[in-house]
Design a binder for this molecule. Structure first.
Ligand code: NIG
Ligand code: FE
Length: 388
């Protein structure tokens, strides 16, 4: 395995407070990194860098840990641009449009879905994302959910079974039969291709699942060897956060509507609150108070939720800008949340930082500092560094 010395890094956000300036981002200036195969072998000031087989000079650019997008729904066909336009004119989001994406996804061939998925992952990588979690949830039959996860497994180890996305139309009058399907044959078919189980726990949507149904789905998933994630508190105050904390889920995602009790429960738990600001943007929902979560000691992650309904953006830099402008995070906190924070939401300690032994997932910026990610919104500054 050959080594590469990456030098000319004007500013390196290591994500390790023990390195550099001592902040949570662990900033080092005039830095270098030695990459050995797929992992980081050395990090430090360029003047102390050891020799390597190859050299790569970044010309003073900033480097940050590759973004970890810990929440996406990339396996789908078609789009819902008209639904988005209607929302911008005042039609609220209630999850009903998911049926449109289910129909389009079921009708697509494996090759079509594989191509769409590959294009979306490439689009993410071109914007600096090096790890992405991918959920099923637009199949909602045993075969279609298993297919989505098989395809997702081809592009990521972070696959999530979301058969409990919504109750499909054909089960609208017998929801309990759909929960039995999800917790029975569908789970059996999907578990071999998934790491995680997730559920859309949302009493404010007739399409989504109650706390009791969600608990049943999550416990069945856990019994099948899957780890837990929850979509919660997206459309109104509800039980999702408390359920996630009660069951020790790795993450509860959205957190748009939180009570004091929800914030306290999160603060006393190991469950990460994952903020998805592209969803508030694309659904005209209120902005959750990210500042309050951080000040209360809650672990926060940032992700895109890239999906055809509530946020068809694959851009982590866009999420950083929204989180800073609308949720009260500093640029440093936002970057930390989208790297180390979202790595924690995936229970991974080999990504989200640039430290010795971590995966060599480096994102380079056409800018001298990570601050430019937020300072220059909408400008394509970030890309995953290819050393191959
Ligand atoms: O995370 N809330 C549920 N699921 C997705 C949206 C899915 C869709 O509308 O297609 C979300 O926002
Ligand atoms: Fe989602």
């Amino acid at each position: 395995m050959s080594t590469t010395l990456v030098t000319g890094i004007g500013e390196l956000a290591t994500g390790d407070p023990a390195l550099g300036d001592g902040s949570a981002l662990g900033l080092l200036s005039d830095a270098a990194v030695v990459v050995d195969g797929d992992h980081v072998a050395w990090v430090g000031p360029a003047r102390l860098a050891p020799d390597a087989d190859h050299r790569r000079d970044l010309g003073g650019r900033a480097v940050v840990p590759g973004f970890v997008d810990s929440h996406s729904h990339l396996v789908f066909a078609g789009d819902r641009a008209a639904e988005f336009a209607a929302r911008m004119s005042g039609t609220p989001y209630d999850g009903g449009g998911i049926a449109t994406s289910v129909a389009a996804t079921r009708a697509a061939t494996d090759e079509e879905l594989r191509g769409l998925l590959a294009a979306r992952v490439a689009e993410m990588r071109a914007q600096g994302t090096t790890t992405v979690e991918v959920k099923s949830g637009y199949g909602l039959t045993v075969e279609d959910e298993a297919r989505a996860l098989r395809l997702a497994r081809e592009v990521t180890a972070e696959t999530t079974f979301l058969g409990a996305h919504v109750v499909p139309a054909e089960y609208a009058d017998r929801r309990e039969d759909y929960v039995a399907l999800v917790t029975g044959p569908m789970l059996q078919a999907c578990a071999p291709h998934a790491r995680w189980v997730d559920v859309f726990c949302e009493p404010h949507s007739a399409h989504a699942f109650t706390a009791d149904e969600a608990r049943e789905v999550l416990l069945a998933g856990r019994a099948a060897g899957l780890e837990l994630r929850v979509h919660g508190n997206q459309l109104g105050h509800g039980p999702g956060v408390q359920l996630a904390v009660e069951l020790g889920a790795a993450s509860v995602d959205h957190c748009t509507y939180l009570t004091d009790a929800d914030v306290d429960a999160l603060a006393g738990s190991a469950t990460v609150a994952t903020l998805l600001p592209g969803v508030e943007f694309s659904t005209r929902s209120p902005w959750p108070d990210g500042r309050r979560l951080l000040d209360t000691g809650v672990s926060v992650a940032l992700a895109t939720d890239c999906n055809p309904g509530t946020c068809y953006s694959s851009s982590v830099p866009f999420m950083l800008a929204l989180a800073v402008r609308e949720m009260g995070l500093t640029p440093a906190e936002a970057l930390h949340a989208a790297t180390a924070g979202s790595a924690k939401a995936l229970r991974r300690n080999d990504i989200g930082r640039v430290t010795v032994g971590s995966r060599a997932d480096l994102t380079v910026l056409d800018a001298p500092s990570y601050l430019h990610l937020v300072y220059r919104p909408g400008v394509p500054l970030a890309r995953a560094l290819d050393l191959g």
